[in-house]
Write a protein that binds this ligand. Structure first.
Ligand SMILES: [Fe+2]
Ligand SMILES: [Fe+2]
Length: 163
């Protein structure tokens, strides 16, 4: 799978998990969130590290939207992380918890739509298939390391060397 196919699959999985949380009983939703939250973090990290950062460097002045996106993305991730920190302080049994998780889901829907509809088509122009495939292999490697228990940052840094 190339990098954008990998990321799209993760978007589908994340959106399904938000749907499950909204439909679940109070007890079940905490478990689904506990599984989803580190996956969201890994997703945003690999997206930034293996695609948005290098593509911004490559795009340079030829695509100012891509050149700027890396920064905008970081800001959006920071905002999402602030909501995640708020969620961590709430009790999953309370309505306020579900309100915050639902709000995060809505924000991420817009984030995902912008990535898929506005940003990724530009990436497919800026990068050839070889670069997308390589980034896809780096992502797979980082994900495998995280699944073996390695912290996200180390897993991402370690996958840099994959060719
Ligand atoms: Fe993102
Ligand atoms: Fe994404």
């Amino acid at each position: 799978m190339d990098a954008l196919e990998t990321l799209r699959q993760q978007h589908v999985e994340a959106q399904a998990a938000f749907g499950q949380i909204k439909a679940a009983a109070q007890r079940g939703r905490a478990t689904t969130w506990a599984e989803l939250q580190p996956k969201l973090e890994l997703h945003e990290q690999i997206e930034e590290h293996f695609v948005y950062d290098p593509v911004a460097a490559d795009a340079g002045s030829s695509d100012p939207v891509l050149a700027r996106w890396e920064q905008e993305h970081e800001e959006q991730v920071r905002e999402a992380n602030a909501v995640i920190a708020r969620i961590a302080k709430l009790d999953p049994m309370d309505d306020a918890w579900l309100e915050q998780v639902s709000a995060l889901g809505t924000t991420l829907d817009a984030h995902i739509a912008h990535e898929e509809n506005d940003i990724w088509p530009r990436i497919r122009v800026a990068w050839d298939q070889g670069k997308l495939d390589r980034a896809g292999r780096q992502m797979a490697m980082a994900k495998a390391s995280v699944e073996k228990g390695e912290p996200i940052e180390e897993a991402v840094a370690g996958a840099e060397a994959v060719n």
